[in-house]
Design a protein around this ligand. Structure first.
Ligand SMILES: Nc1ncnc2c1ncn2[C@@H]1O[C@H](COP(=O)(O)OP(=O)(O)O)[C@@H](O)[C@H]1O
Ligand SMILES: [Mg+2]
Length: 139
């Protein structure tokens, strides 16, 4: 499915819908350029999981873990050196665990993603609206 988001608030709202249909073990790949709205969408997903803690971009930590309806692993792999580092920081166990895993810059570990991965692609249009394409789950 494809939707147009006209504001950060609309993207949060979409994240909430997505988060409410996710099950434990879901892996969501968030793709799109810097500033597209991947972290904004992650905030909406976290709201649906009833996570009260503020979602901060895990740019330097690579992975942030939160407790909610499900455990949430929020990854930003922009600075990841490669799949070796991903294994070293325990990323693979998270992908196959009971929690929900959101991955910004998942391209870095493409070959490690489960077949069941949900793909969300966000692109910025010239008028600044976002085109958001979701594959692998029905909303
Ligand atoms: N429709 C929209 N959806 C999401 N973010 C938007 C939208 N319009 C403007 N923005 C702004 O774009 C920025 C997206 O930032 P962020 O989610 O951190 O990007 P990313 O994680 O993809 O690098 C925020 O400042 C947000 O307010
Ligand atoms: Mg981000």
């Amino acid at each position: 499915m494809q939707i147009i988001s006209k504001s950060a608030q609309e993207t949060i709202e979409l994240g909430r819908r997505l988060g409410s249909v996710c099950k434990g073990g879901s892996v969501i790949s968030l793709r799109g350029s810097l500033g597209a709205g991947k972290t904004v969408l992650a905030k909406g997903i976290a709201q649906a999981l009833e996570i009260n803690e503020a979602i901060v971009s895990p740019t330097f930590t690579l992975i942030q873990e939160y407790e909610g309806k499900y455990k949430l692993f929020h990854m930003d792999l922009y600075r990841l050196s490669g799949t070796d580092e991903f294994e070293m920081i325990g990323g693979e166990e998270m992908l196959y665990g009971k929690g929900i895993t959101l991955i910004e810059w998942s391209e870095k570990i493409q070959e490690m993603l489960p077949d069941s991965t949900i793909y969300v692609d966000i692109s910025i249009m010239p008028n600044q609206e976002r085109v958001i394409t979701i594959e692998g789950i029905e909303l």
